[in-house]
Design a protein around this ligand. Sequence first.
Ligand code: NAG
Ligand code: NAG
Length: 207
Amino acid sequence: MKLILCLTLICGIFSTALQCQTCTDPQSSNTELRTCSSETMCVTGALQGTTSFGSTVQEIYKVCALSSLCPATGNHSFALSTSQNNIAASVQCCNEDNCNTETPQFLSVQPNGLKCYSCDTTSSSCSNKVQCRGIEDRCFKANVTYEQTTLLSGCMSANKCSDPPGKTMFAPDAKITCCGTNLCNSASSITKTITCLLLGFLVFSFF
Ligand SMILES: *[C@@H]1O[C@H](CO)[C@@H](O)[C@H](O)[C@H]1NC(C)=O
Ligand SMILES: *[C@@H]1O[C@H](CO)[C@@H](O)[C@H](O)[C@H]1NC(C)=O
């Protein structure tokens, strides 16, 4: 009896916590309403990506969102391609109970005419050229420090160029520069090798 009373009290105190639809399977065919812990946004999205190992991911997701993914309500879709990885994520953020019910569309991944240089982390060369796709309207380069400093470059959507330090989708202190014309992001070669860095960070930033 005491326990039930306590629980009721606790529920009462925290009744302002946000509730979001949450997927219970990768295709999002089953969802349930869950109470978020510290998150203040719900997100519904559609994620397509290819890792350095050539495996592809295609997923619908609905979940309580971290502020790195949903800094505000609305459309925070983004995309990125390098010579080894790519990701195109439709991201819709909202902040009311049970607001993330819609099933989102996957983003276009059609080539859009822009070409950028990309560093290949296995050969240490930054002279690969990648064809940008869909909403990727900028060439970027980024110093990513994760165990060691590595240069990443390729195509990216402009909204991810202006992420403040500490809130980028790369390592926390990544320095990103962007430009908007063909092959404007040339960079000297990288010296160290890394694998699977990129998608690792991205996946972390979702869950
Ligand atoms: C979200 O924004 C992207 C461009 O940044 C656009 O391609 C997409 O259609 C938008 N999605 C919705 C649902 O408005
Ligand atoms: C990355 O770091 C190197 C060495 O610290 C520096 O020379 C280069 O300008 C940096 N690049 C960017 C894009 O910040």
